[in-house]
Design a protein. Sequence first.
Length: 192
Amino acid sequence: MDSKKSNTRYRTFATVVYPESAPENWQTILSELKIPIFVSPLHDQDLNPTGEPKKPHYHVISYFAGKKNIEQVKEIFSTFGGVGCEPVSSLRGYCRYLCHLDNPEKAQYDINKVKCFGGADYKHEIGLPTDKYSAIREMMQFCDENGNYSFADLLTYASLNREDWFIVLCDCGTLVMKEWLKSRTWKGGGSQ
């Protein structure tokens, strides 16, 4: 690596951890770093281009409050068995890669199995602006199909059953859903 590239500074980096070569307590080490870190589910279904299974591994993303050079981050990654050190240009894009969300041709992994350390919020990072529109559309259909025109009932249902809807209702969708429910009630409910 030339010295110019190694002195370039970034905020976000990725590495790979192989379970058999990492310290047994590698995730405890991550937790003790007190920096935002995401760890993918174990990638144990990935295939090489030739079709053979890849060696099981985890992807790890860390992001720092200030910029660091690659050598500084390699030193941190070595404490928990990280192999390689890659600057990341898009935190959202790499977070979505942890479960192959935008790569349907690859093995898909459960977003609920991503581990977060140091205050990192995975579901926030992978969210797309279009997700809220899909959630609102689903809520409208749900209310029509179930004859529900009470915002309180919808919010309660979402808080117990649909975290994605609950987040949309709490963050940005309340006005739209309240007005839609109100106008549906005025029309007598149901599709006309």
